[in-house]
Design a protein around this ligand. Structure first.
Ligand code: COA
Ligand code: MG
Length: 288
């Protein structure tokens, strides 16, 4: 799967930001029809996003966040995506709480793939887990279709639904955030961490992103171009960690040749789980 460390939202009704998004060096640009767009602008945003998708090339992968499947806008959003499908990399479904929501979106994609002569099943889905029910049902939702490649955790909607107050420590969302991560990793999905809304506080973002990387998340949702380099850097392993990983990887190749299961690097025992940790670091650092 392609790297999706920086997942940047762009409000679907804001021409200037949509134009700006074309050249941004982010992994994903996610054109938003949902929370970034006010109810009375939904139709205008849908029309604008369709135009932008047809006319503008993006440096990043382009995803579209449609409105939740239990809202009056979702069908029109999915129909629009279907029309321009070859220009869209994937579709993000917000506030997913039940398999039928995934099935419904998958059905739209299947029809559109056929209409455009695309390979059946080739367009992936991402699902936002951001309600108590959605988090509890993460496993069935993620397994509702093989199209689901990415799980994202949404802290703000989750806290709101819970009646919790957000804090810098994030204790109020910790269990749900970890649950989303655990589920995604158990099922082999990419898992993308919550947004850091104080977008001018890049130091706070860096700390939260580094913690997310240590927990095992594959990336972070972001809302402002200035957040891109900070998140990318936080998800890049430190040089000392990479140097350690390379040593372990080399020692592992030698140990394999001489038939050893366990060996020592820098005075510490290395066995298969540590080899795997080293491998993950090298992957994250782009060395493998
Ligand atoms: N995508 C593309 N361009 C963006 C952008 C985004 N998400 N956020 C800001 N920019 C652009 C601005 O247009 C501006 O460019 P310009 O000077 O050429 O006009 C530049 O980056 C600097 O923006 P800035 O003035 O610092 O921010 P702002 O006050 O205009 O906007 C936000 C702040 C938070 C409203 C804005 O970043 C935003 O809309 N983020 C996305 C919100 C969203 O999609 N939320 C839903 C998902 S959680
Ligand atoms: Mg939301």
């Amino acid at each position: 799967m392609p790297r999706r460390t920086t997942w940047l939202y762009v409000p679907g009704d804001q021409e200037r930001k949509l134009a700006k998004a074309a050249d941004l060096d982010t992994d994903v640009v996610c054109l938003d029809l949902e929370d970034a767009v006010a109810p009375d602008r939904k139709d205008a945003a849908r029309g604008l996003v369709a135009q932008v998708l047809e006319r503008q090339d993006f440096r990043a992968e382009v995803w579209v966040r449609v409105n939740a499947l239990n809202t009056p806008w979702a069908e029109a959003d999915l129909a629009m995506v279907g029309q321009v499908l070859p220009r869209v990399r994937g579709v993000l479904l917000p506030k997913v709480e039940a398999p039928w929501m995934v099935h419904r979106a998958a059905w739209h994609l299947a029809l559109a793939e056929e209409a455009h002569g695309l390979q059946p099943g080739s367009v992936p889905l991402a699902v936002l887990l951001e309600t108590p029910l959605g988090v509890l049902r993460a496993e069935v939702v993620a397994q509702a279709s093989p199209r689901v490649q990415v799980l994202l955790f949404g802290a703000e909607d989750f806290a709101a639904a819970l009646g919790a107050e957000r804090t810098p420590q994030g204790q109020e969302v910790a269990v749900a955030r970890q649950w989303a991560l655990l589920t995604g990793k158990a099922l082999g999905k990419q898992v993308i961490d919550m947004v850091y809304v104080a977008y001018r506080d890049l130091e706070g973002l860096r700390k939260e992103a580094e913690a997310a990387a240590r927990l095992g998340f594959d990336g972070k949702q972001i809302i402002h171009p200035a957040q891109v380099p900070v998140v990318r850097e936080a998800f890049t392993p430190a040089p000392e960690r990479l140097a350690w990983a390379e040593k372990v990887w080399q020692a592992y190749q030698e140990a394999r040749r001489s038939g050893q299961g366990v060996f020592v690097v820098e005075g510490k025992m290395i066995d298969p789980p540590l080899v795997l940790q080293a491998r993950r670091l090298l992957e994250r650092g782009g060395r493998l």
